[in-house]
Design a protein around this ligand. Structure first.
Ligand SMILES: C[S@@+](CC[C@H](N)C(=O)[O-])C[C@H]1O[C@@H](n2cnc3c(N)ncnc32)[C@H](O)[C@@H]1O
Length: 206
C-alpha cells in the first residue's frame, strides 16, 4: 500500500526542529484512507503523535545517541524513532500496521533522517538493540500482558528500555523508574484533553 501522505496529513512542527505528518481528527482521516484504498483498515493511530512519544522525543533530544542501535517499538508515526535517528542512533521502526511504518518513513524523510522498518510482531524476539523505545502502548490489557515479560527479558539482557506514558490505565509504574516528566500539548479530538503530563520511565526487570 502506498498513499500520497501529504494529501491526507498536514505537516506540523511538534518540537523545535522536528516536524511530523498529523491529522486534526481521527474519523475523517480513517474514512478518507479507506475510500482511497478501497479496503477496511484499523484505527489510524499513525495520524497522531501520542503524548507518550512526545515525552520520549523530548527526553531523547537531550541525549547523544551516536552509533546506538535502537528499536522504536509500536512506532505509529515514528516520532520517537525520528528523534533518536536525529541524535545519531540507527533505528528500526516497528509496527504491525503497514500504514504506520509508511508514515514513519515519510516523517523520517521530512526530518532528514532514515529509518529501517519492520511490520513483524517482534514481541518475544531476542534483542539486537541497545535501546528500545516504547511510546504510548499501555492502553490495552492483552497487549500489555504480552509486552511485560518481553520488556523484562530485554532489560535482563542488558537493553535500556525507555517507556513514554501519559498515565495509561495498564502502565505498571511500580515496574519502572521515573526519568522525566513533561507537560505535552495534546489534540482534544485524539486525546480527549488539551494538555496532559507525560513521563519517560526506565523499565526495570522484576
Ligand atoms: C497509541 S499508538 C502509539 C504510536 C506511537 N508509539 C506514538 O506514541 O505516537 C499504538 C501503536 O501500537 C501498535 N501496535 C499494537 N500492537 C503491536 C505489536 N504487537 N507490535 C507492534 N506494534 C503494535 C499499533 O499499531 C499502534 O500504531
Amino acid at each position: 500500500m502506498s498513499l500520497d501522505w501529504p494529501q491526507h496529513l498536514t505537516r506540523t512542527t511538534v518540537l523545535p526542529g522536528v516536524d511530523a505528518l498529523t491529522a486534526a481528527e481521527p474519523v475523517p482521516l480513517w474514512e478518507a484512507i479507506e475510500a482511497s484504498l478501497g479496503v477496511r483498515i484499523g484505527p489510524p493511530f499513525w495520524g497522531h503523535v501520542w503524548p507518550g512519544s512526545l515525552a520520549l522525543a523530548r527526553q531523547l533530544s537531550t541525549r547523544d545517541l551516536a552509533g546506538v542501535r535502537a528499536l522504536d517499538f509500536a512506532c505509529g508515526g515514528g516520532l520517537a524513532g525520528v528523534v533518536a535517528a536525529k541524535q545519531g542512533a540507527s533505528v528500526l521502526a516497528n509496527d504491525i500496521d503497514v500504514l504506520a511504518v509508511e508514515v514513519a518513513q515519510a516523517n523520517a524523510a521530512l526530518n532528514g533522517v532514515t529509518l529501517a522498518v519492520s511490520t513483524n510482531d517482534l514481541i518475544g524476539a531476542p534483542s539486537s538493540w541497545e535501546l528500545v523505545l516504547v511510546g504510548d502502548v499501555f492502553y490495552e490489557a492483552p497487549l500489555v500482558a504480552r509486552l511485560v515479560p518481553w520488556l523484562d527479558a530485554l532489560v535482563r539482557s542488558g537493553v535500556e528500555v525507555l517507556v513514554g506514558d501519559p498515565g495509561r490505565q495498564f502502565f505498571p509504574r511500580q515496574r519502572a523508574r521515573l526519568v522525566a516528566e513533561y507537560e505535552v500539548a495534546c489534540v482534544p479530538a485524539w486525546d480527549s484533553v488539551v494538555d496532559r503530563p507525560a513521563s519517560v520511565w526506565q523499565w526495570s526487570a522484576s
